[in-house]
Structure formats: C-alpha cells, structure tokens
Design a protein around this ligand. Sequence first.
Ligand code: HEM
Length: 384
Amino acid sequence: MSFSPYGNYWREIRKLCVVHVLSSRRVSSFYSIRLSEVKQMIRKISSHASSSKVTNLNEVLISLTSAIICRTAFGRRYKDEGTEMSRFHGLLSECEAMLGVLFVSDCIPFLGWIDKLMGMHARLEKSFKELDQFSQAVVDEHMDPNRKTSQEEDIIDVLLQLKKQRSFSIDLTNDNIKAVFVDLLIAATDTTAATAVWVMTELVKHPRVMKKVQEEIRNWGGKKDFLDEDDTQNFPYFKAVIKETLRLHPPLPLLVPRETNSKCIIEGYEIAAKTLVYVNAWAIHRDPGTWKDPEEFLPERFIDSDIDFRGQDFGLIPFGAGLRSCPGILMAIASLDLILANLLYLFDWELPPGITKEDIDTEASPGLVQYKKNPLCALAKCHM
Ligand code: HEM
C-alpha cells in the first residue's frame, strides 16, 4: 500500500485495510494485546527500578512496539533478546535501511548501472527474498488446518477471511496479503517506538513539563494500579506533549516519497507529471511563519488550540495529509497513549549519576524513520 502507485489496486487495498484492519473497532479489539505487552514492560522497568539499574528506553520501547505489532499482525511474540527476535529485527532494519538509501537510478535513471556496481541491487534482492520467505512462512502457518489458534483473531486471519469472501474488485492473492502484512510491520513498529522515545527525551530534558504532565496524570489516576486508554481522554496536557513532540520530531520527517500524477504548477513552478516529491514535514513543523518560537518545546501552544495532527492543519503533518495520509493513526495513538501514560504515571524518571539534562542530545539516526540516535538511558523510580 505505502509504495504502490495511485490506482485501482491501491484504492482497494487501502479501503480494505481502513475498513477491516485499522478501523476503530478493530483497533479496540486488539486492546488486550496492548494491555498485556505494556504490563510486561512495566514489570521489566519495575525490576530495573528495584535494582537501581538504568533503563535503556530505546531498547525497551522498540521491543514493546514490535511485540505489540507481531501479536496483532500474526499472533506471535518473540522472546526478548532471543535469536528469533534478533532475526526478525535484523530483517526489518535491513528493509528500512534499503528504503532510506538513495538509489542513483531514482534520480538519474540512465546511471542505474552505478547501483549495480555498488552492490545495491544484490542487497535489495537479498532483503526482498528474506522478507518474502518470512511472510510466506507466516501465511502458510495460518493456512495450516492443524494450527493452534490464539484467542485473538490477528490481521493475517482477517486478511485470509477477506480473501475467501471475494467482496472486492481485486482478487486478493497470498502475495497481496504478504505485501500488506510486511507494509504494516514496517509502518507500525519503528514509527511508534521512535515517537515514544522522543516524548520521553523531551520530558527528561524539560523537568518543568515532566512535572506538569505527571501532576495531570497522577491527579486523575489517584490510586489506580494502571491507566487504560480511556483514562488518557482526560489528559489534555499529556496530549499536547505528544503533539508537540511530533511537531519537533516527526518520525518520518520527509513523509513517504510520492509522485505527481499529472503536470501541475506550484508557486509559479511547473512540475512535470511523474516527478518524485518529498514533503519536508520537519521544515514545515519549524516554520517561523506558522509557529512562534518554533525551536522551543512548548506543549502549552496546543492548549486551547484547535490545531491537530490528523491532516487538516497543513502546518502539522506528522501523519501526512490527503489521500495517502497514514491509515494507522488510530492504532498509533492507542499504543502511544497507553505506553506513555503508564510510564509517566507509575515511574519517576531521573538521569544516571553524572549525567545532566544538557548532556541528553536530540541527534537523529539517518534513514526513513528518525529515531533518537544515541539511546535514552534513565533511572526509573517506582512512584507508588
Ligand atoms: C507515530 C506513529 C506513526 C507515524 C508518525 C506515521 C506516519 C506516517 C506518514 C507520514 C505516512 C505517509 C503519509 C503521506 O505520504 O502523506 C504514513 C503512511 C502509512 N502508514 Fe503510518 N505512521 C505511524 C504509525 C502507523 C501504524 C501504527 C500503521 C499501521 C498499523 C501505519 C501504517 C501506514 C501505512 C500502511 C501507510 C501508507 C498509506 C498509503 O500510502 O496509502 N502507520 N504513516
């Protein structure tokens, strides 16, 4: 879906995903998965807290979001730090690296031989084969009549049922199912983890905001053991913190590369059909013409403001805008709300001895998805 050109296939596959896989009803039906995985993360951090061990939030949050999406998409969870888990992460990160790399042939088609010479084609082919084998194994496993089914219906189950129903204008093939599956894995895991890490980074760097958001959450939470997704509807400042983080650190700073369908004129410049377009969301989010003190982390700017990130306000587009905007926004927000509300409700966060907030950098990793490059390491203290 992400990379297919605009046309009947894309329209049908997107409709199928929006209605059957990423709808609000379906996202709610995966709540128990998010809940059990977030609780598992809380147990891990609590054990770090009781032995005063520093928590590497990059590691913890990537393994959490990948466990959530693996269980949601294909009903399995890999053991943290096991060989299967590292193979799975290896596959995804190589695929992302390939998506982030610039191929000479994308810009100057007749120089495509340079890509070949540099081994890019062989690397791409290898990455494709490995992902294909992996997704084929997942589909085969789901089609096995002797398969032990998990309690929750996962995304592959849903797609295989839709294939049987044949209610779309395209015949859904197993290859289409594999493509949607890989698309969702890649689109969901790193974007959500990167956002959660950036939120925690900005909060650790801004103790005033950390205090204010924790007060909001804790005043509401009272003596609850755990917060659920519905509780977060009562946290306007918490929501503003997430928005402000997505403004300063959109995980896909150039969105996803797109192509013009037909010739058009923008600001007097004639743009030919089939031109590759990169939308610089990072720059739009820091435009002084739109934002006051654009470089400052000020969640207050969103209090009593109607500006939202769902694609209606073109000054804030971390999920893109228009026909190709992110269809996974509900799933992303559901996970972010649950993860971050509980990290802030249940723990106080301090920096390891000898480290000050000025030492915490905001350098981003290169590639399509921008993570915090140097891991965020902090000491958790149980609040209750
Ligand atoms: C914080 C988390 C996320 C962010 C910031 C994000 C951001 C984006 C952006 C910027 C785009 C491109 C939009 C455009 O070109 O205008 C996109 C596309 C997409 N996203 Fe997300 N995303 C997130 C989470 C997710 C999740 C959880 C899923 C699915 C489970 C998902 C699935 C997709 C898909 C399938 C597309 C391609 C849509 C198309 O081309 O029609 N995303 N996302």
